[in-house]
Design a protein around this ligand. Structure first.
Ligand code: NI
Length: 136
């Protein structure tokens, strides 16, 4: 009897999408507004989903207070109100696309959560642009 639990969190970050191997023209063409040299912000909505069997004693798949604290301490504090390109080690040389942000967050949380639980990260960069990792 597997059950999914989902915690929603939120953070604001600035970024610039840019490939240093390309010309300015190509960067502008591919990344558009997200290539703005002086950066710009997004209001990210983050959904962290854990899937597993409810514990017979607590009835919980995972204590949501613990999950909330974990996301806050390991992810939100790291990225909220930061310039992802300049203020974080993770994106100093990794393009901070929604795809890469979702993978980075998944890797951070995966280390902290019991391997018996399946973990999925969904990141809304805008209301209409959403990424999921892993993809299945
Ligand atoms: Ni952007």
């Amino acid at each position: 009897m597997k059950v999914a639990v989902i915690r929603k969190e939120h953070f604001n970050s600035a970024h610039r999408l840019y490939n240093p191997k390309w010309t300015d023209e190509k960067n502008e063409k591919v990344f558009g507004k997200c290539n703005n040299p002086n950066f710009h912000g997004h209001n990210y909505d983050l959904y962290v989903k854990l899937i597993g069997e409810p514990d017979p004693e607590t009835g919980y798949v995972y204590d949501m207070k613990v999950l909330s604290d974990l996301i806050r301490d390991k992810v939100i504090q790291k990225f909220d109100h930061k310039n992802l390109n300049q203020d974080t080690d993770e994106f100093r040389s990794l393009n901070p696309t929604a795809e890469n942000i979702a993978v980075v967050i998944w890797n951070i949380l995966r280390k902290e959560i019991d391997p018996s639980l399946e973990l999925k990260v969904t990141l809304y960069e805008t209301e209409r642009n959403i990424v999921e990792y892993p993809a299945d």
